[in-house]
Write a protein that binds this ligand. Structure first.
Ligand SMILES: CC(C)(COP(=O)(O)OP(=O)(O)OC[C@H]1O[C@@H](n2cnc3c(N)ncnc32)[C@H](O)[C@@H]1OP(=O)(O)O)[C@@H](O)C(=O)NCCC(=O)NCCS
Length: 203
């Protein structure tokens, strides 16, 4: 798990520009001011957002999306490597276009989120939150008792999202990502990608 810096991963509303991880930075703003920031393009009407399982014929698009963000389709987290093809892949479509992906796998009574991505053009419109809510509902129906996610130490937007959705930090695995990649990569805002942060919430 370490993010690709080849592709823009976020949108900067102040410069109206899609930006890479190294170009990204933190700015603390009031909630009120945030509401006035322009989205990247026209916001998608809720009625034009569809969440559904990816069809087998969409395997390539699912892999492309994973590669866009992670440069790979096998994701290392929770001490093991998850192959996307063995996960439940769930898509968010905005006006018919693939906008977001969440991939998960059941391990015992736990639902493990392996991938959660929203393309920059569609970020900030609640799709990440919707995808997580949807898979939590699936997990509950299937009798899972807990949902777990892992993220890297630099991924401050994801940490914000998970904690605002009721997840709590359960473990830090120091240096595991640096060792996994055999080198130190820089992530969000130039922060070195080193540690895996694990979070969970009860379902
Ligand atoms: C993290 C990610 C999935 C969020 O998707 P999204 O559709 O933009 O998220 P939402 O619009 O549902 O936002 C939900 C919350 O996430 C947090 N968040 C999302 N983007 C953020 C950003 N750029 N800066 C700060 N917080 C952010 C906020 O807490 C937000 O809550 P709010 O809407 O009340 O402010 C998306 O930014 C992404 O794909 N990032 C790149 C890949 C990645 O890091 N994935 C997570 C791997 S563990």
């Amino acid at each position: 798990m370490s993010r690709s810096d080849r592709n823009p991963q976020y949108y900067c509303p102040l410069n109206d520009k899609f930006i890479s991880l190294n170009e990204a930075d933190l700015l603390v703003v009031s909630r009120e001011a945030k509401e006035d920031l322009p989205p990247p393009g026209e916001p998608v009407a809720k009625s034009n957002i569809v969440l559904r399982r990816a069809y087998e014929a969409e395997a390539e698009e699912v892999e492309d999306m994973c590669r866009y963000f992670w440069d790979e389709t096998e994701i290392f987290c929770f001490d093991q490597t998850f192959d996307l093809n063995e996960c439940v892949n769930f898509l968010a479509l905005a006006e018919g276009e693939i906008a977001g992906l969440i991939s998960w796998k059941r391990l015992g009574e736990a639902q493990i989120v392996v991938v959660l991505n929203v393309y920059p053009e569609f970020q900030g419109q609640g799709l990440g939150r919707m995808l997580l809510k949807e898979v939590m509902e699936q997990g509950r129906k299937q009798g899972c008792r807990v949902i777990r996610v892992a993220t890297s130490n630099d991924d401050l937007p994801a940490l914000c999202l998970y904690q605002r959705m009721g997840f709590q930090l359960t473990a830090v695995v120091p240096d595991v990502l640096r060792q996994h990649h055999d080198e130190e990569i820089t992530g969000f805002a130039g922060i070195p990608v080193r540690d895996e942060l694990r979070l969970e919430r009860r379902l």
